[in-house]
Design a protein around this ligand. Structure first.
Ligand code: HSE
Length: 293
């Protein structure tokens, strides 16, 4: 059995901790034979455990502690600590692995609630499970229906990821956010997010992009950690992109473009980046978790 989970880009500017989109980079878990202890074969580096302390297996054991261990092969195209949902993809894969091996018959809502409780917010795990663009609200105090979410089709466009070489931990990136926010500013920030979501649903990427690029919740505070963001915004918008925003907690920046301009903008980004970032075209993943034999 093979379980595949897509990378995700959270926030899309003003949809902080709520909006996310699945993109075409994947975590793959191949389930091999049963054995006495869990073992994960991977080539992801020495810092990633191969035993039960791996996030994949802590998740599996949380969901279904009695499972018979297996040998697993883990492959990931999702760079770590870059804002593309690498840990969410592992949590979601762990839940699906427990679901399949334990024959738990979890539906998407149950998977979403379990994954969000582990991750702390639903914006990455929801599109990793469901695919495409998902808007969610999390109510941690509820025991059932703690995550309410709606999946929508994201309009067709070019998607470019500008992935800096340096990692940025989500924890570090959340530590620069304010504890409180004046009511008037929150009303403005929320209005920007509302228009963004409505414009995506209406298929108006020009307006959606304008709102994505005008976030007030988190990007202004994270600027200090992601100095490349300001210049990317200026340049990409001047080159005709719809939007340019921090992917999740960063440091990756996502750029949405009219399809016919994607190649030209990638070329310009490559010239600008001086080899300090990997610049890759992506597509929207419409499916989310995929299980195959
Ligand atoms: N919404 C989260 C953040 C995504 O921006 O911190 C990263 O986990």
């Amino acid at each position: 059995m093979i379980i595949q989970v897509p990378a995700t880009s959270a926030n899309l500017g003003p949809g902080f901790d709520s909006c996310g989109v699945a993109v075409s980079r994947y975590l793959t878990i191949e389930v091999k034979e049963q054995q006495e202890a869990w073992y994960i074969e991977h080539q992801l580096g020495e810092n990633i455990p191969t035993d039960e302390t791996n996030l994949l297996l802590t998740t599996v054991r949380k969901i279904c502690p009695s499972l018979q261990p297996h040998r697993l092969i883990m492959k990931s195209e999702i760079p770590l600590a870059r804002g593309l949902g690498s840990s969410s993809s592992v949590i979601v894969a762990g839940i699906e692995l427990a679901n399949q091996l334990g024959k738990l018959k979890l539906d998407n809502q149950m998977k979403l609630e379990l994954a969000t409780a582990i991750e702390g917010h639903p914006d990455n795990v929801a599109p990793a499970i469901l695919g495409d663009f998902v808007v969610s609200a999390y109510f941690p105090e509820r025991t059932t229906r703690s995550v309410l979410s709606v999946k929508q089709s994201f309009p067709t466009c070019g998607v470019i990821a500008y992935i800096p070489k340096e990692e940025l931990l989500t924890k570090t990136s959340r530590n620069v956010l304010p504890e409180a926010f004046p009511f008037k500013e929150a009303v403005e920030a929320s209005a920007i997010a509302n228009v963004m979501v409505a414009a995506i649903v209406a298929g108006d990427l020009a307006l959606a992009g304008e709102m994505m690029t005008a976030d007030r919740w988190h990007e202004p505070y994270r600027d200090v950690l992601v100095p490349h963001l300001k210049k990317l915004k200026q340049n990409c918008l001047a080159w005709g992109a719809y939007a340019c925003f921090l992917s999740g907690a960063g440091p990756t920046v996502l750029i949405l473009t009219p399809v016919e301009q994607t190649d030209t903008i990638i070329e310009k980004l490559n010239k600008m980046s001086n080899n300090e970032a990997e610049i890759i075209p992506l597509t929207i993943d419409r499916r989310g978790i995929k299980v195959s034999e």
